[in-house]
Design a binder for this molecule. Sequence first.
Ligand code: PEP
Ligand code: MG
Length: 569
Amino acid sequence: MKTGIAASRGIAIGRAYVLAETNYLENLTAKAENLQQEIFRLDEAIHKAISEIQGVKEKALRELNAKHAAIFDAHISILQDETLHKDAKSLILSDCSKAECAVKKTMDGYCSLFDQMEDEYLKERAGDFRDVSSRLLRCLSGEEGDRCAGMAEDCIVIARDLTPSDTAHMDKEKVKAIVTELGGRTSHTAIMARSLEIPAVLGIKDIAQTAKNGDLLIVDGTAGIVIVNPGEEQLRTYEQKRLEYIESQNVMQQLVDLPAVTKDGGRRVELAVNIGSAEDCASGLRYGAEGVGLFRTEFLYMNRATLPDEEEQYLAYRKALEAMGSRAVIIRTLDIGGDKSLPYLQIEPEMNPFLGMRAIRLCLQHPHIFKSQLRAILRASCYGKARIMYPMIAAKWELKAANQALFEAMAELDSQGIPYNKHIEKGIMIEIPAAAIVAEHFVEDVDFFSIGSNDLVQYTLAVDRLNEKMSDFYKPLHPAVLRLIKHVIDVSHRAGKWTGMCGEMAGEEKYAPLLIGMGLDEFSMSASSLLTVKKTIRNLDYAQAKQLAREALELGEAAQVTELLKGYY
Ligand code: PEP
Ligand code: MG
């Protein structure tokens, strides 16, 4: 029995489907058996890399500009240079190494030469060599984009890590559960699993190496337990637990049409669903969502070779708005960067992508991308109750610049006689502590705030939300986080506005008493959490919840708040 991070509720029993890892790591140390074969593989990989880069360059010429495309010429020259071929080949022959090892050593050598240069321009060229090196290694590994092709029916997916691109390729109908070595509760994998109602356990050390295709597995996503090749008795126990879980879910269905109101009637809040596509609205509605609190639009942009155009986006947003009828849909503008990349945008690799060119920062740098999304949202706004939300706002000028882009998009539509909702509500995500602290300076320019607790906790506590080794340090109950949340709520209320939360904290029932006590107005979460949170809220006493929040805000440590909550329950 292995224990990891309980990332998505539910129990599944099924056969393992292990997603292959790139094999170049092994080949870095293995000795070559046939040296001519390795030289042949080297030549093949160089050719493949050149033709890949040529493809990317053509796309860059079409969609960006000649300056961007020139980067690829530099990459092609590196690969065509005889020196690379000669140096790598002589390493294969002298060390009997595999092509991977020869490429890695040769390219690392070039990188460190450039790294040591005084001249800033030349120093930066090391980045080009690193790029080319990783492309060559990938070509040598034979790794293609889609590791999920060939997935069996009713399987349990095992992987070291799942990238957003893996999950987009995955045929979710076939997946009964997910188990990975990496990732935390707010990682993309966890969020995706919850929204698809697939049980998931993350942070299980070495599982991708120890489990084999076809192994029988029990995955308990509620307790964070994985059992590989269980015995008869364990199978019987977990089959029973699985049925009980399904039964409890059915019982909770009775709450679907009831309001999220405390039992004394003192506080009524709104429960909304987080979606990644218009299709997710259906499960939200099935669990009684009163709106969409977060439409993560980045999935529209991923796993494709080019940007989606305005028309495609407009249709996607319109579909979500129509599905939700009179309920509000908060459409978050593109939040790419961090763990979600768009290869066709050629964003420079960053040391700390979560602290880098992400979300609104990237959109303001690429006005044509931002404008086309804003136009699409505005056009769709005629078909329901759309709201716009900007992610990762840290400074007031960013909000002003985003609103300016929105006004320009509106003016364009006006001049073209295209209709849209002129009074569309605008909000910002509060996920950077800076924005929370000076919330009073943002409030006049927005209609609402939505707290992105996933990032707010990460940035407040300096804890990588994706790193499973840091999961013990990732504490939404840290009083610093709670005070920021409370401050934002109070600021919005004083201005006659409202605050929601669309981070994972909103979907965990154990936090509901505190959030209700602090005055949160809207909770947005995965569809599968809606009823559990509603049940908790309906059992709360509002006066007690407020008292609990007051006490929690006086404490100095997350552990003390946890104890306080335990006492409360
Ligand atoms: C958050 O940060 O809480 C959030 C909802 O945004 P994402 O998880 O997409 O970064
Ligand atoms: Mg975020």
